[in-house]
Design a protein around this ligand. Structure first.
Ligand SMILES: N[C@@H](CCC(=O)N[C@@H](CS)C(=O)NCC(=O)O)C(=O)O
Length: 267
């Protein structure tokens, strides 16, 4: 039996839900509310000592780290396969995933918190907000979270994080020149990893970065990803309108200031 501890809007959770849906795997949903701080609950921290979602439990065995969970799922439940059969193709997929894990996940977190949940967190009692920040185990993440909540898009971390996202979009556009999917000839783990970042930018009114007149191959990939049945099951059906409204209105409010930062911003 599969159980997934996850959050409706979280990019890392979406990444795993997409693979579960593509593989048609049923699971028990264990929602974690990241705004109220359930990721810091001692019972959850026993499963995930990093205080983050997602966590997969498969017949009692615990798996953390979204990209590694997806690799585990592809090995444990191999149909349909989500990595190329050849070694060079697998290396290319791992390279994207390495980049998602090493820099993009952090960048999307900074950009998201600066624009979306920030307003919800600022409305919390200060002691609740501060206790949840203090509970983040990693000192760098703790400092960055405090900074973006306080300063929003004017936080010193924001422009660099946005640049990393823009750089990713440019590189995806280039990579798609000679293959239909980021994973090669068919949909796979690199595409499942990319999709939540595109969705997040789109949700935060940054759709022009994904548009056909700016990045046509990326726009086409994004449309094909959204057309897959797994997209509704793993992404759309989970997203409550109030959260979408938070992202959308937050993004629209800052886009005039953010848009110039996206031009030539790659990091
Ligand atoms: N490298 C981890 C990153 C997990 C992560 O950052 N999860 C975010 C949601 S996408 C989270 O739980 N954040 C809670 C917090 O930062 O307080 C993974 O891929 O699983």
């Amino acid at each position: 039996m599969l159980e997934l501890y996850h959050n409706a809007a979280s990019t890392c959770s979406q990444k795993v839900r997409i693979v579960l849906a593509e593989k048609n795997l049923d699971y028990t949903s264990r929602p974690i509310d990241l705004i109220s701080g359930e990721q810091h609950d001692p019972a959850y921290v026993k499963l995930n000592p990093n205080h983050v979602v997602p966590t997969l439990v498969d017949d009692g065995a615990v798996f953390i780290e979204s990209s590694l969970i997806n690799e585990y799922l592809d090995e444990r439940y191999p149909e349909p396969p989500m990595r190329p059969a050849d070694a060079a193709g697998r290396h290319a997929v791992r390279l994207w995933i390495k980049r998602f894990d090493e820099s993009i996940q952090r960048a999307v977190g900074i950009v998201t918190f600066a624009i979306g949940p920030r307003r919800m967190l600022l409305a919390q009692p200060a002691e609740v907000r501060e206790a949840n920040i203090a509970a983040i185990p990693n000192a760098t993440r703790r400092a960055e979270r405090a900074s973006v909540i306080e300063h929003g898009i004017h936080a010193p971390e924001f422009a660099g994080a946005l640049g990393q996202l823009v750089g990713l979009l440019d590189d995806v556009e280039e990579a798609l020149a000679d293959k239909p999917w980021l994973s090669g000839e068919s949909f796979g783990l690199a595409d499942a990893g990319l999709l939540p970042y595109a969705v997040r930018l789109d949700q935060m009114a940054m759709g022009p970065l994904l548009a056909a007149d700016t990045r046509p191959r990326l726009a086409d990939l994004y449309a094909r990803l959204q057309a897959r049945p797994a997209f509704a099951v793993a992404v759309t059906e989970w997203l409550p309108e109030p959260i979408l409204a938070l992202f959308r209105t937050g993004g629209e409010a800052v886009w005039p200031e953010v848009e110039p930062m996206t031009r030539g911003a790659r990091d």
